[in-house]
Design a protein around this ligand. Sequence first.
Ligand code: GLN
Ligand code: ZN
Length: 746
Amino acid sequence: MTTTIIGFPRIGEYRELKFATEKYFRQEISEADLQETARALRQKHWQTLKDSGIDEIPSNDFSFYDTTLDTAFLFNILPSEIKDIELSSLDQYFALARGYQGPKGDIKARPMKKWFNTNYHYLVPKFEADTKIKLNDEKIFQEFKEAQALGITTRPVLVGPFTLLSLGEYAAGSTPRDFAKALVAAYKEVLTKLADLGAQWLQLDEPALVKDLTATDLALFEEIYQELLADKPLKVLLQTYFGDIRDAYDSVIALPFDGIGLDFVEGVQSLALVEKGFPKDKRLYAGVVNGKNIWRNDYQKTLDLLAQLPQTAVLSTSCSLLHVPYTTANEDFAPEIVAHFAFAKEKLQELTDLAAIRQDNHSPLTVNQALFAQKRFAPDPQVQANLAALTPEDFVRTPAFAQREALQKAVFQLPLLPTTTIGSFPQTREVKRTRAQFKRQEITEAAYDAFVAAQIDDWLAWQEAIGLDVLVHGEFERNDMVEYFGQNLAGYLFSKNGWVQSYGTRGVKPPIIWGDIKRGAAITVKWSQYAQSRTDKFVKGMLTGPVTILNWSFPREDISLKDATLQLALAIQEEVLDLEAHGISMIQIDEAALREKLPLRKSDWYQEYLDWAIPAFRLVHSKVSATTQIHTHMCYSEFTDIIPAIENLDADVISFEASRSNLEILDALKAQNFQTQVGPGVYDIHSPRVPSVSEISETIEKILAKVTPEKLWINPDCGLKTRGIPETRESLANLTTAAKAIRQTI
Ligand code: GLN
Ligand code: ZN
């Protein structure tokens, strides 16, 4: 059996790409140095795949920032303002990714959105009336040649035209169809050039096919591919992932693709679709090794599945391995634990094991069966009992929001348009270094505590000085908003190097839910209480909500996501009540990732997800008093279509990202008479640029056209931990200046 993968992590085993790119951003290394690091990484990754025995090796899955941006760049789908700015091609690319503010101009970063149901982010391509689609870049060709020079004929990968168009942003009145023809012509040029270079296959990723598709969508898909595949000079693999393609299956098998890649992990109907009939003249690329989770593949189950698929099926992963860490080899888990994990490199071995077993070498199967026969851990009877004892009242907070709102106004006495931030302040090198020193026991707990206390004091004083109304302690004690909680909950395990790319050079290290979740001692009370004791203003307690903790962890596969979330909710509920008991009267429970795991098909949204995710959040705060103000925060404002569910969280205040997505959400909130108080972010924190007072004022005025001042909070988009101190302080000072001035006019 042939083996392949859809894509490999590009950041490097030791995050070499991140470090080199950030050095380049700080102008500490040249472009040539950065290119050299990138080249070496690509070479290592291809070689690793080859040495592991993977038969078909992809290329162009490498990216300096994001493959969707790469694809837009390849086809010259660039906003007009970038063309007027005199930067090298690579710097133009980075300017689109992260904004540019300097002697050559002022460019805002392209909006960034979550890539389907993952925590990876792509940059939204912008199709404008004057967009001239044409080949603009050599990356895909150069990388093919680079591998060729190493003796490896790769299968280049591109985001497919249908998905690229469906992810795009369009001016009013313009639609994807307007650009399809020109785009297909440009893709055809790529096919020809690749074939000329000696490529035999091209992989076009079309994850958009797993979503609900209308007849119009399907017609566009068919039109695109009828044209694109006509007289094709090489073989084309249509690769899908993150679900099944039930709406598009019939169209897909009728088109002259040479290979069709289906996801048999998340695609609940993939097997049924293939059983309906799979064309004999095409190869099925069977995504059977989970590209998103870190548990070992259960070989027997996979073999049973494979037995139902065409004999010629190619063994593959369910999605790109971009979504899992590089290798377990650099971890120090006990052998009996690590035996249960497979990161990207180990998944290569799983693919070749499965191929070997099919070829009658049974020894890997025996080892794997023994592993799955083991009992991993002993369930916690208390956790089981607590879950079983939950009643409907546990999910309802009283009194109702309207009453609470009035009571809270009286207690907190905040001005109109209260200003606040989302929680974290810059995690400077000093902060990270000190935390690491403490972790390695190089400094005493007393010294570490003194350091954190001094940071908190410094930032509290500064927040007071610029006149913020509701303060935060700054989260200096936290490495990561999920890992920090996981470390303080039983049932979690942590990798040392399990980094996964989130966006650009930013990675996350999702913790692993190994067993039942239970809170031991208080987690955040110490520092929240300390901060509140140092100021007369209110300091928000800062927690991560259960849905986000789950979504940013590697979840168990032996219990339902719902039960896993409820376990987390009960643990965080204890923390909420503990904070309240210690005098914290505003508590923010971040649900940054709530929207992320919304099923890709709308028809599944409530039943498969929101019907338990929203109650899990309610469970966390249902027992607090009416005058404890519950805030929540969501990254990205793409919840226009689930506004009732968000209202149903029954929080008192919600802050969310809005500046990068043009405030569209506000119309919808108004139309649906949203009652929860709102803090739509007034500037973008994902970029180092400093918004001026007038820029922020304009944004606030725009928001005020849609939100009544009694409901409005003024805050940045998200936490500030990735920013530098000077830009943070300047931006926030501008924010308070703008808010105060506008307050006078109301
Ligand atoms: N409170 C967190 C912070 O400020 C929220 C981060 C997030 O939404 N991703 O960092
Ligand atoms: Zn956020």
